[in-house]
Design a protein around this ligand. Structure first.
Ligand SMILES: O=C(O)COP(=O)(O)O
Ligand SMILES: [Mg+2]
Length: 212
């Protein structure tokens, strides 16, 4: 059975911090609140858009549904203002693919934001599967989205990997029976989860894949 290489999106393939903060801060302004430091918003990312907004709007916990709708419009209009592939990420994807892995994205970011970003950055066609937030009842760290990606790739967990920047990627990978690569250059929090490989930049991942 072929193996798959699953990639997280935010903090692993793309640096999306500035645009995520733009969406959050335009939402805050609509709700009569001052903007937050983009670095603080980055620390709230990785557990899906509901958690992002819950953490970003502690002043008005009762207005989450309204905030989600506002952010949907704002972030949707700023998906690619500043969001770029990390340097070397495209080459890393090619290096992994050249070793015969099927590629997939598994992100907690909603699909309506995920697909235009992958398409706009010219990498959508590289992936056999894209599993985004909302495609499964649960998000990472539940293993279910990873297992769905494996199924869509017609791959098993054996010999398969996930690369991600957040503890949720590592935990989901462990629970799905995958090898795990921690991307230290991202903006997630690795927490106490173990990993099989840690890389300081996508070039290290490309070198690792090429040597497999
Ligand atoms: O939480 C999000 O919206 C996205 O995060 P991820 O791409 O790192 O899973
Ligand atoms: Mg991430």
């Amino acid at each position: 059975m072929p193996s798959a290489f699953l990639f997280d999106l935010d903090g692993t393939l793309v640096d999306s911090r500035a645009d995520l903060a733009t969406g959050v801060n335009l939402t805050r302004v609509d709700l009569g609140l001052p903007p937050l430091d983009p670095a603080q918003v980055a620390g709230f990312v990785g557990d899906g858009v509901r958690k992002l907004l819950t953490r970003s709007l502690p002043e008005c916990p009762g207005r989450l549904e309204e905030a989600l709708e506002l952010n949907r419009g704002h972030y949707g209009r700023h998906l690619l203002d500043a969001t770029r592939l990390y340097p070397g990420a495209g080459a890393a994807l090619e290096a992994v693919r050249a070793k015969g892995f099927r590629l997939a994205v598994v992100t907690n970011k909603p699909r309506e934001f995920t697909l235009p970003i992958l398409e706009g950055l010219g990498i959508l066609d590289l992936f056999t599967a894209v599993v985004a937030g909302g495609d499964c009842p649960s998000l990472k760290p539940d293993p279910e989205p990873l297992l769905l990606a494996l199924e869509r790739c017609a791959c098993g967990p054996e010999g398969s990997w996930i690369a991600g920047d957040h503890h949720t990627d590592l935990e989901a990978g462990r629970r799905a029976g995958l090898k795990r690569c921690l991307c230290r250059y991202g903006f997630g929090t690795p927490g106490a989860e173990a990993w099989d490989l840690a890389v300081a930049d996508p070039g290290e991942l490309a070198s690792f894949a090429s040597a497999l």
